[in-house]
Ligand binder design. Structure first.
Ligand code: 9WN
Length: 421
């Protein structure tokens, strides 16, 4: 479960982070986490963003709202799933499982080898069904697919989603579990989230129809960078388990082309990467971690002053991001305090999310920026030190917000602490 009360089901990218944390305690349990997630994989290769537990649990939208198995044979009947996806962090988790010392190493390798074809199918689906021919970025068709639901990154695209009158009535369940409504997306946001589900159902989740017709279509630069980084991680993992050479080579070339697509969004004047509205072609520059997407996967851009990796790291740690003097500790806020869109307690519009810090920490460490990585890890640990394992944190006071006992927050804390030792 992503969290016992607010999110009593398995979420896709949460599960990958959970596996990262579990790998430190038990690589076997980490494998079990991912194997369970793969039971929900669609025949197309898509890993859906939610696998519903058999217990209803009170989360909305529930499986009945999606009706996936009724509408398409591509979806499994059991477990019931949602009909959209989430960022592909899983390859990163797999590499870390293989590198973890505990457990029976040969048995873990065998389990990862059994998962391998599913992971390749997953990357292939993203690289084919969801790759924009125009930008080379991975297209998302719902803000939930980014994992950063109401981020200002999507304000423009969501403003172009017109909610139809036929939107069936619904009742939000999320606010039953969160102290303050200001910590969640607005009702207007929810109408659009629910309307997009109706659009998906209308085309029976058919991939081609979805990417041609949905009224929300965004080239997600951060998700694209995650896919590049996860493909690189799978290349390393594949070599450790003797996976088929042609598949390893394909993943390696995929990473190269995704890196180029991320790099192509970079504005040479600022060094910022950006999402792209695939409906209008508009570049969506925002003061969010998306502008540092190239730090996750590296970039081929020329080593000029603004776009070199060192310059990016400096800006990432600087006053417009992790180094804003008002911040409680070093961490990339979900929206920079200097941005007009910043709201300190509202979900992805300002709070600090430990998993996002973890991702940048992981990338900085892997790409040889050891001092920067240490600062981000120490900052992240300062936020989570109260032991509440909040879903997100107030960027100035460090107060825990949203759901408590959030699994992925506990998982990245475990991983950070184990690194210290
Ligand atoms: C919708 C589970 C998920 C995370 C997302 C986060 C939040 C869901 C919601 O919770 O989204 O998927 O209902 O708000 O935004 O990143 O995976 O923790």
């Amino acid at each position: 479960m992503a969290a016992p009360r607010l999110y009593p089901h398995q979420w896709s990218w949460d599960a990958a982070f959970v596996a990262v944390g579990l790998a430190r305690l038990s690589p076997d349990r980490a494998c079990t986490e991912l194997e369970h997630l793969l039971t929900g994989q669609w025949r197309t290769g898509m890993i859906p963003h939610i696998l519903y537990s058999a217990e209803p649990g009170g989360y909305f939208p529930d499986a009945a709202r999606w009706r996936c198995a009724d509408l398409t044979d591509e979806a499994p009947r059991v477990p019931a799933t949602s009909g959209i996806t989430q960022p592909p962090v899983h390859g990163i988790a797999v590499e870390r499982i293989l590198r973890s010392p505990g457990g029976d190493a040969a048995a873990v390798r065998a389990r990862v080898l059994a998962m391998w074809p599913h992971l390749v199918a997953w990357h292939r689906w993203l690289a084919t069904a969801r790759r924009s021919p125009a930008t080379g970025l991975v297209t998302i068709v719902h803000g939930w697919e980014s994992g950063m639901d109401n981020s200002p990154r999507f304000d423009g695209p969501y403003s172009r989603v017109v909610v139809g009158r036929s939107l069936p009535a619904y009742r939000r369940a999320d606010r039953d579990h969160v102290a303050d409504d200001d910590e969640r997306p607005s009702d207007e946001d929810y109408d659009r989230y629910l309307w997009l589900i109706e659009e998906l159902k209308a085309v029976r989740y058919d991939d081609a129809a979805v990417t041609a017709s949905l009224s929300f279509r965004v080239g997600d630069v951060l998700l694209t960078a995650v896919l590049a980084a996860a493909s690189d991680a799978l290349v390393t993992a594949g070599a450790m388990i003797d996976a088929p050479a042609d598949e390893i080579a394909w993943l390696s070339s995929l990473a190269v082309s995704l890196r180029a697509a991320v790099g192509a969004t970079i504005d040479p004047a600022t060094g910022d990467a950006a999402d792209v509205d695939e409906r209008t072609g508009q570049r969506l520059a925002t003061e969010t971690p998306a502008r540092f997407a190239a730090l996750l996967c590296g970039t081929d851009s020329p080593n000029s002053d603004t776009t070199s990796e060192d310059a990016l790291v400096e800006r990432f740690l600087g006053p417009d991001c992790c180094g804003d003097p008002a911040l409680f500790a070093v961490a990339p806020p979900s929206t920079s305090p200097g941005s007009p869109a910043f709201e300190p307690t509202r979900y992805w519009r300002g709070p600090m999310w430990p998993v996002v810090s973890w991702l940048f920490w992981w990338a900085l460490d892997r790409r040889g920026h050891a001092d920067a990585a240490t600062r981000v890890r120490e900052g992240g640990l300062s936020f989570v030190a109260d032991g509440s394992f909040g879903e997100y944190y107030h960027p100035f006071t460090g107060a825990s917000l949203g759901s408590a006992d959030q699994s992925w927050t506990a998982a990245v804390t475990l991983d950070w602490l184990a690194t210290e030792r």
